[in-house]
Design a protein around this ligand. Sequence first.
Ligand SMILES: CC(C)(COP(=O)(O)OP(=O)(O)OC[C@H]1O[C@@H](n2cnc3c(N)ncnc32)[C@H](O)[C@@H]1OP(=O)(O)O)[C@@H](O)C(=O)NCCC(=O)NCCS
Length: 183
Amino acid sequence: MELDTPAYTFVPLREKDTALVREWLLRPQVRRWWADDPDEHDYPEGTIREWMKAVRGEDPTDMFVIHLDGTPIGVIQSYRVHDYDDYIAQVGPLEGPAFGLDVFIADPALIGKGHGPALIRDFVRQGFDRYGVDYCVIGPSKSNTAAIRAYEKVGFRYLRDYREDDTIDPPHVLLDIHRADLV
Ligand SMILES: CC(C)(COP(=O)(O)OP(=O)(O)OC[C@H]1O[C@@H](n2cnc3c(N)ncnc32)[C@H](O)[C@@H]1OP(=O)(O)O)[C@@H](O)C(=O)NCCC(=O)NCCS
């Protein structure tokens, strides 16, 4: 069967995906934005340890491998923002219960082709139902203009600047979207 439009699916990350995601995290365009914890001296192992805690249910983040027409192309994670008091303390008060997400596409050949906005749109729609909320936020580094552009195409709007003090690049922006504004 030929697919006219790309189909994105989000498959829960498993412990056996470790080698795949390690290789992805080491790719320059991923590492540029994900190796941002100054206390993680063994990147990507610290990141993978955190992810696998989530896979085992020891952390409330939900981890997924993004599939494009059945082929794994990246990682997306989401979480109820109110499960993370330290994050709320950094981003400031929110108008109500929200979920947040983080994402990367691993294949440089797939960057800048509109896959990000399209898959994030699908993921956010599913997230509203998964978490039973109508509000979603995302907090990219202020210098990640490509990511911010991609999020705006989904309907995310600038909410405020904030500082993520536990990263190598503290200036961040918080963008938000309501269910009704999903483009
Ligand atoms: C962020 C990301 C998911 C966006 O998805 P995408 O499919 O690349 O998004 P788009 O195709 O809409 O491109 C978004 C912007 O990237 C920029 N861009 C286009 N081609 C590019 C390329 N080859 N390389 C880098 N940036 C490019 C453009 O500014 C584009 O905006 P425009 O279309 O208005 O000009 C993806 O780029 C990615 O995974 N990047 C690496 C990891 C990362 O930054 N994650 C986000 C951390 S918050």
